[in-house]
Design a protein around this ligand. Structure first.
Ligand SMILES: [Ca+2]
Length: 85
């Protein structure tokens, strides 16, 4: 975790939805990343999907990426976001 001592973060975002994982590109050396990646999740049955896990990590060269923050987007919010009944 190199961002504690003056250098900035190299954030990327991991999504886990319906057991399908996707991630954004790494944006280097910032605390104010703006992600423009588009994520597509091919879901077989929207009635059976669960919550979406969202994890932000700091990419680190030569060591494990560190978790910066996380959130869970619950199924009702996903349905509303997708304008589903
Ligand atoms: Ca880093």
């Amino acid at each position: 975790m190199d961002w504690l001592w003056g250098s900035k973060c190299d954030p990327f975002v991991l999504f886990d939805f319906d057991e399908k994982k996707s991630k954004t590109e790494v944006i280097k050396n910032t605390f104010d990343a703006k992600f423009t990646d588009e994520m597509f999740f091919d879901v077989e049955n929207v009635e059976e999907v669960g919550d979406m896990s969202i994890i932000v990590k700091d990419w680190d060269f030569g060591s494990s990426d560190q978790v910066v923050g996380s959130a869970m987007l619950p199924k009702p919010d996903i349905r509303e976001f997708l304008s589903l009944p």
